[in-house]
Design a protein around this ligand. Structure first.
Ligand code: ATP
Ligand code: MG
Length: 414
């Protein structure tokens, strides 16, 4: 795409209320725009990243047999009375009335809706298991919305729900989904730990959180320096240097951002909401459930917190808004500029996502903006382009590769 046509409204200064790096960059780089506290517009390059994250999530979940659907954000009070959460959920629930004074809420999560869907459409063990997910806007009237997309009042979540006839089947699926989460967070190039956690307002028996390690994180985790043991501090308040409960290694502390949460719900919703199925022997039983969330919009910040240096944003290849940034420093209308356009076209023909900086700006402005956009490969076109050799710089490694513009194998490393 031609950069002059992509709407990237970069700011000269960092807005004063942005306290953390990722929030500052997302505002300054023209990725997002705040509407009111905790509510944002995703601008074009921010939204490109969101869509890439979503697609990685889709690929990994579809691969293990989950199906995508889309449920309503607007949910009737009656369903929440059935689960007991209309009163339990408290002030975080965004409540509203329609013109007939019927009560509704804007969904902070969808256990009630999905349970009612499956209750009405599945009644036999023959139709189980089933795993359904959506990527959707959630609403939570957080006490303290802050750090931009980190704690929004309106945010994008992937929520998955699984339904099973027995514990063994549930356990098998739980492990498959846990592994899918590992694949997702690895593809997003995140440094994270899986920790035992408190189930909070969602309820159920047990849960595990995926926590991206990061100094500005709101959660404190305790983990062993020698084994896989890791837990939320609230659940295992172990001090640093103590022996790990599994007998292996010493306890360390780290700050982290919760990026995903998986729950063993058991029959927390199926019993009160009467989601029953007929088993092989003809008896009626409550369905065993699991639910699994990923904070899609929060992830963009977690990734950014882990992928930058003092001056540059360094998006991992898997989520970068474009694959390659072509920056001509030669005048429009010259032979060199036309060669730059040809190269741009060749890269497009190879199926790459290319951003071509066609703006009439100085090299300084172009480079500053490029550092904010953080595309992994950068191709700067100067006078030497006439010799048919160009240099592509890998922004992540700092490595330069000389490429012959006519050699089709040349671009393989991108
Ligand atoms: P937290 O403890 O951070 O409030 P939670 O336990 O309430 O999170 P879940 O109900 O498990 O969150 O939601 C699933 C995922 O959605 C979380 O792991 C997190 O990544 C994301 N998430 C939760 N609340 C918010 C929010 N207010 N803004 C952005 N993302 C959120
Ligand atoms: Mg919460």
């Amino acid at each position: 795409m031609k950069q002059s046509l992509v709407f990237i409204p970069t700011l000269r200064d960092i807005p004063k209320d942005a306290e953390i790096y990722s929030h500052q960059i997302l505002l300054k780089g023209g990725y997002i725009k705040q509407q009111v506290a905790g509510v944002y517009t995703y601008l074009p390059i921010g939204y490109r990243i969101i869509k890439k994250i979503e697609n990685i999530v889709r690929e990994e979940l579809d691969k293990i047999g989950c199906s995508e659907l889309l449920m309503p954000a607007l949910q009737p009070k009656e369903l929440w009375l059935e689960s007991g959460r209309w009163d339990e959920y408290g002030k975080e629930l965004m409540r509203l009335q329609d013109r007939h004074e019927r009560d509704f809420c804007l969904g902070p999560t969808h256990e009630e809706v999905i349970t009612s869907v499956v209750r009405d459409l599945v009644n036999s063990y023959k139709k189980l298991p089933v795993a359904l997910y959506q990527i959707q806007t959630k609403f939570r009237d957080e006490f303290r919305p802050r750090f931009g997309l980190m704690r929004g009042r309106e945010f994008i979540m992937k929520d998955l729900y699984s339904f099973h006839a027995n514990d063994d089947d549930f356990e098998k699926w739980y492990q498959n989904i846990r592994q899918a989460y590992i694949n997702i967070f690895n593809r997003l190039d995140l440094n994270y730990r899986i920790v035992k956690a408190d189930s909070g307002a969602i309820g159920g028996k047990e849960s595990e959180e995926f926590v991206a390690l990061c100094d500005i994180g709101e959660d404190t985790i305790v983990y062993s320096d020698e084994s896989d043991f890791a837990s939320n501090y609230e659940l295992h308040p172990l001090e640093e240097g103590a022996s790990s409960p599994d007998g292996k290694g010493k306890i360390k502390h780290a700050k982290g951002i919760e990026i995903g949460h998986i729950f063993k719900l058991g029959t927390r919703y199926s019993e009160p909401m009467n989601l029953l199925f007929t088993d092989v022997d003809g008896s009626k039983k409550p369905v065993i459930m699991g639910c699994y969330g990923i904070g899609i919009s929060r992830l963009i910040m977690a990734i950014l917190e882990q992928h930058h240096d003092e001056y540059k944003v360094k998006w991992p290849n898997s989520v970068a808004p474009f694959d390659i940034h072509v920056i001509p420093l030669v005048k429009e209308g010259t032979e060199e500029y036309n060669l730059a356009l040809e190269i741009y076209q060749k890269l497009l023909d190879k199926g790459l996502e290319v951003l071509f900086d066609d703006r009439k700006e100085t090299a300084g402005v172009k480079f500053n903006d490029a550092d904010l956009i953080g595309i992994p490969f950068r191709l700067v076109i100067g006078k030497k382009v006439k010799d048919g050799i160009i240099e592509i710089r890998n922004q992540l490694t700092g490595e330069d590769n000389e490429v012959n513009i006519d050699d089709s194998d040349s671009y393989k490393f991108i």
